[in-house]
Ligand binder design. Structure first.
Ligand SMILES: C[S@@+](CC[C@H](N)C(=O)[O-])C[C@H]1O[C@@H](n2cnc3c(N)ncnc32)[C@H](O)[C@@H]1O
Length: 342
């Protein structure tokens, strides 16, 4: 039966409420409100203000809204504790929902930029990610929380190369390493493996270096600020990894792929993880792929384009490497493992 106008209005209002709910959650995430309430167990606006340094009057309004959207329960008049949804917004909780809230507000920002740039065709580049001061520090942990469980649970068990490299105390270079989570999880799993992470964004390198030191990997895993395309390497590399970074430098792929060919050891491999742009437009309609369609637009604002696994394999073939495509998350994520030789 066809949907009535009233039913359609109701459906859209529900979507709008869902967006508002994530907006409220983002405010709590960005200002450390959820962990502060969790730590106190139960508190009032004044206590939350002294714990977080935030303005009391803003907090009064945020507490009302977070209560309305079910992130908080009222313990006694004006005194709140976290509901299960509020607990799930604490960034350090296992399976945290923090990246959903951060991603929602980042998407709104990207939508606004796309709307403004469309007339002129301007593509401001990756600077757009740094335009919102409250989102910027969350970028690395958002990606980590979104993808680290998939990596350790499903991807890593399929990648034998890291065990091989560990056995010969070899070296992994992560190009576009973000906050360093990938290299650090390899270091935890493989005790002899050494690694260098390179990223062009100073805040990422600061967070990654701090984490490496804090977790006791400072002697094996280093992070360096620099451009993927001009990284001076003295010794051959056993594994190059690039996670969600190749599409950022695809317009300069000749430089990047000849860099792989020049610096990879003969026993080595390149492991590329990218969102998998589908070959057919119809696939984007699948609800699990819709976020990819939005990302396609958001990457365009940043001067990038998402890649199909086939394009990556072809680029490797041009430098004489053979590749295997591994597919994850209902085909949304692909890992291409390439080695020298046909
Ligand atoms: C989507 S993020 C992925 C980060 C990380 N690999 C991860 O999985 O969390 C892409 C990263 O590539 C970095 N990047 C993009 N172009 C770069 C370039 N030319 N040189 C160095 N880093 C670059 C960005 O700073 C960003 O951290």
């Amino acid at each position: 039966m066809e949907e009535t106008t009233e039913e359609r209005k109701k459906r859209f209002r529900q979507m709008s409420q869902n967006a508002l709910s994530l907006d409220i959650a983002f405010i709590g995430v960005a200002n450390g409100l959820f962990p502060a309430i969790q730590e106190a167990n139960s508190l009032k606006a004044e206590d939350l203000s002294s714990r977080t340094g935030m303005d009391r009057d803003y907090l009064v309004r945020w507490l009302d809204a977070a209560y309305a959207f079910g992130y908080l329960e009222e313990s006694s008049p004006g005194c709140f504790h976290l509901s299960p949804d509020g607990e799930a917004m604490c960034p350090d909780m296992p399976d945290t929902l923090m990246p959903v809230a951060v991603g929602a507000v980042l998407s709104a920002h990207m939508a606004e930029r796309a709307a403004g740039c469309m007339r002129t065709g301007e593509r401001p580049g990756e600077v757009v990610l740094g335009e919102r001061k409250s989102i910027l520090p969350w970028f690395g942990s958002m990606i980590e929380a979104n993808f680290a469980p998939l990596f350790s649970g499903q991807i890593l068990p399929k990648l034998s190369i890291f065990g091989e490299v560990d056995a010969r105390s070899g070296r992994v270079v992560d190009l576009g390493c973000g906050n360093g989570w990938y290299l650090l999880s390899l270091a935890k799993r493989f005790p002899c493996l050494k690694g260098v992470g390179l990223d062009g964004f100073g805040e990422n390198i600061r967070q990654a270096s701090e984490k490496s030191k804090r977790e006791g990997f400072g002697d094996r895993i280093r992070f360096v600020e620099g451009d993927i395309r001009h990284y001076p390497l003295e010794e051959p590399v056993d594994v190059f990894v690039m996670n969600r970074a190749l599409h950022h430098v695809w317009s300069d792929r000749e430089t990047v792929f000849s860099f792989f060919r020049k610096h990879l050891s003969s026993q080595g491999a390149v492991v590329i993880w990218e969102p998998a742009w589908p070959e057919s437009r119809e696939d984007l309609r699948d609800p699990v792929r819709r976020p990819l369609a939005f990302q396609g637009l958001s990457e365009h604002v940043q001067g990038n384009r998402l890649l199909s696994p086939r394009e990556i394999v072809e680029a490797f073939s041009e430098i004489g490497f053979s590749s295997t495509i591994l597919s994850f998350a209902n085909g949304n994520e692909s890992v291409v493992v390439a080695r020298p030789g046909k």
